[in-house]
Design a protein around this ligand. Structure first.
Ligand code: PLP
Length: 480
């Protein structure tokens, strides 16, 4: 019998304990590992956190309430939470060169809410309090409070439109951000698919937003944050960058200079679980000028922090400070480029013609006559997990879409390189070229159904599984 690794020992013991209470949960956890191992995962927003990061989340830190900030809590007994929160913030500041880091947000949407309200508190509430001569909002008269609440609701925000690659928290009406702000969107140049900074400047001059939000979920190119800040300064806006998707590339020093948001934006938000490869969570980085407002995330929009996740953020951020992470981040981009080249060579049309970051957006309507939904299902039948995504001016709308978004952070963590990306491009092209739109029950062409010869999907699924077999996921974890 071979010796068990520490990870195998830890996870076997944990699953035994869980099995003693609710075996179906233990089974689901085990099955999830099997499924993840078998998936060829190209979802641009997902990754695989390290066993150290994952193990850090499974303990008694979860039991603790710690509202407040380090050293200033509303609960007693927080010294260990103070330790991990301080460590996570310190690693974040060092890694990103930020003046201040707030590591309590539970997710990306929470981080954005903290940032929006920090800016509103700084630029709307604080001057209002100064004007009325009171120190805090609880001391305002009912009439003044009503006026301030009106003022909060009348602020303007300019964010990237959803179909150009922006995120729904950047002012999309069904999201709270679209309800809070008088919002307008900037798009991309229809000819190139790129951000047109002069058009954006003209829009900002005319609209005069309080906040300009840069950052994206599905834009495959670089954003020049120096120019974005210049535009924001010109119109008196605060520049907020949501780097949720590309934080790993900033951490890994692939995005530097004009393309690193931290030196240019007054406030930067991120998730910690995408390209940054940490636990599921969020984070805000800011100038010292916004520190006090950001630290009021709780009680502004958050409740108690998740100490077990803050501890895991500290572990993952420590990992991201290692030199290996730079090699990883560069490989993510090299792989995305190799995938773009492999697909383009086989005839696929990519939005903007390629990529400079970790993701590609395939226009499957133009390339293969499919909706995004049909392409997503055909690929899933063939063992390739992606997600459909709207493309600029999408004729198929946000539900069916005309695009497939693919990203390389997860497969790069598994160790796949540029040669494998070319093989994956070949597999994807084989599926998408063979798939056809299906028909509805009324005999008309469906936007949801597809038809794909099972021989092809089986063959591709086998080839994908063979490819992954050479790059085991969580190789130190053996549950058998
Ligand atoms: N911001 C961007 C740019 C994102 O892509 C996402 C998630 O996809 C979020 C925010 C929201 O993150 P979360 O799902 O953690 O709330």
């Amino acid at each position: 019998m071979t010796d068990l690794t520490p990870e195998s020992t830890a996870y076997r013991a944990a699953l035994d304990v869980i099995r003693g209470v609710e075996p179906r949960v233990a089974d689901a956890i085990g099955q999830e590992l099997t499924d993840q191992r078998e998936m060829l995962k190209l979802i641009a927003s997902e990754n695989y956190a390290s066993p150290a990061t994952l193990l850090t989340m499974g303990n008694w830190f979860s039991d603790k309430y710690a509202e407040g900030t380090v050293g200033r809590r509303f609960y007693a007994g927080c010294r260990n939470v103070d330790t991990v929160e301080s460590l996570a913030a310190e690693h974040a500041r060092e890694l990103f060169g930020a003046q201040h880091a707030y590591v309590q947000p539970h997710s990306g949407i929470d981080a954005n809410l903290v940032a929006f309200w920090a800016v509103l508190a700084d630029r709307v509430e604080a001057p209002f309090l100064a004007k009325t001569g009171v120190r805090q909002i609880n001391d305002l008269t009912d009439a003044d409070w009503a006026e301030l609440r009106q003022a909060f609701g009348n602020q303007r925000m300019l964010g990237m439109s959803l179909d150009a690659g922006g995120h729904l928290t950047h002012g999309f009406r069904p999201n709270i951000s679209g309800k809070m702000f008088d919002q307008r969107s900037y798009g991309t140049d229809p000819a190139t698919g790129l951000i047109d900074y002069e058009a954006l400047r003209a829009q900002a001059r005319e609209f005069k937003p309080l906040i300009i939000v840069a950052g994206y979920s599905a834009y495959p190119r670089l954003v020049n944050f120096r120019i974005m800040r210049e535009i924001a300064d010109e119109v008196g806006a605060t520049l907020m960058v949501d780097m949720a998707h590309f934080a790993g590339l900033v951490a890994g020093k692939v995005l530097t200079g004009d393309f690193d948001p931290v030196p240019h934006a007054q406030i930067v938000t991120t998730t910690t679980h995408k390209s940054l490869r940490g636990p599921r969570g969020g984070m805000v980085l800011c100038d010292d000028s916004l520190k006090d407002q950001v630290d009021r995330g709780c009680p502004m929009v958050l409740g108690g922090p998740l100490p077990h996740v803050m501890a895991a953020k500290a572990v993952a951020l420590a990992e991201a400070r290692r030199p290996e992470f730079r090699t990883y981040a560069q490989a993510v981009v090299d792989n995305a480029r190799a995938l773009a080249e492999g697909l383009t060579r086989r005839g696929a049309t990519l939005v903007t013609g390629g990529t400079d970051n970790h993701l590609n957006l395939i226009d499957v309507a133009t390339s293969y006559g499919l909706t995004g939904r049909q392409a997503e299902s055909a690929l899933l039948d063939s063992g390739i997990v992606t997600n459909r995504n709207a493309i600029p001016a999408d004729p198929n709308g946000a539900w069916y879409t005309s695009g497939i978004r693919i990203g390389t952070p997860a497969l790069t963590t598994r160790g796949l390189g540029t040669a494998e990306m070319d093989e994956i491009a070949a597999l994807m092209d084989r599926v998408l070229a063979a798939a056809e739109p299906g028909t509805t029950s009324k005999g008309t062409q469906s936007k949801a159904q597809h038809v794909l010869d099972a021989k092809i999907s089986d063959e591709v699924a086998h080839r994908a599984a063979d490819l992954l077999a050479g790059f085991p996921l969580y190789p130190t974890v053996d549950l058998t």
